[in-house]
Design a protein around this ligand. Sequence first.
Ligand SMILES: N[C@@H](CCC(=O)N[C@@H](CS)C(=O)NCC(=O)O)C(=O)O
Length: 309
Amino acid sequence: MSHELILHNYDFSNYSEKVRLALGYKGLAWRWVTVPPVAPKPNLTPLTGGYRRTPVLQIGADIYCDTRLILAELERRHPQPALFPESTRSQAAAIAYWAEQQLFRPISLYVSGTNADVLPSDLQADRSLMRGLPVPDAATVARAAKRNAPAVRVQIAMVQEMLADGRTWITGPDVTIADFAVYHALWFIGGRTDRLQHELAPHPHIARWMDRMRAFGHGQVQPMSPEEALRVARESAPAPPRPSAPFDEDPPLGAGVRIRADDYGRDAIEGQLAFIDRHEIAIRRRDPQVGDVAVHFPRLGYDLRAIER
Ligand SMILES: N[C@@H](CCC(=O)N[C@@H](CS)C(=O)NCC(=O)O)C(=O)O
C-alpha cells in the first residue's frame, strides 16, 4: 500500500501553492498530479466522489479535500516543524478564515479581471457556473476587477500593519497556518503577471515576510500521471478510521450521508459516514474505477446530512 503524498493540483492555483509551501516547510517528498483548472475532472472525481475544487491530497485510498484539512493531516503525520503551535492556534485559525473568506475574493476578482488575457479562456465561465452565477462578458469582468481594487488595497494595508512591529510571522515568533493563508492570497497577485505588483510595492514588511515564506520552497517533488494516481487508489485500501467523537446531532456512523461545501463548488458527495470528530468528517464510498476510498473533509465549512437510501 502506498503512503506517498500525492497532490492533485495545477500551477496557478493559489490554494495549491498554500499546500506546496507547507510541504516545503515540513521538508516532505511528494508527487505532483496535474488536474485541469476547470470542470470536468474525469481523473479526479472517481477519487473524490464529485468534489471538484483544487487541491486534493491523496494518500493511498484516503482522499483529503480542502486545504484546511490537508494542512491538519500533514501535521498529524509529520508534526515537526509545527503548523499549529498551541499558543496561537485559535488566533491563527481566525486570521486564516479572514484571509480566505474576506481578503481572497476581491483579490481573485481584481487579478482575474486584470489578467484575463493570460488565463484559460474558459476560466471565467467555469468559475461563474461553479458559484451558480451567470457567465459574465469581458466588460463585466473588467468592471468587477475595478470595483474590487479598493477592498484589496485596504486589506493589504491591514497585513502590513500586522507585520509593522517587525515580527517574523503573522502571529509573532512562530509560523502558523495564518502565514500560509495570507501568503497564498497575496501570491495570487503576482502569480501570473506583475501587472498588479504596484499594490504590494508600498509595503516593505510584506515584501520581507513574503521572501521568508517563499524560502520554504516546495519540498522534493516528482511528477505522477493521473492514471498512476488512480492505480495507487485501486491497489490500496483506506486506512482504518480512528475512533470517532461525534456530537449528539451528528448522523450515526455507517449512515448514508451527503456532504457538500457550504460556500461554492457545492457538488454533493455521497457515501457512508466512516469517521467524525470536532474537526473532520470522513465518508466511505465505492467507485467502479478505484474501489473503496475514504474521502475526508473539514467539519467547518461543509454541510453534512443523512440521506434516505
Ligand atoms: N476551501 C477550499 C478552497 C479551494 C479553492 O477554491 N480552490 C480553487 C483553486 S485555487 C478552486 O477550486 N477552483 C476551482 C477548481 O480548481 O476547480 C480549500 O481551502 O481547499
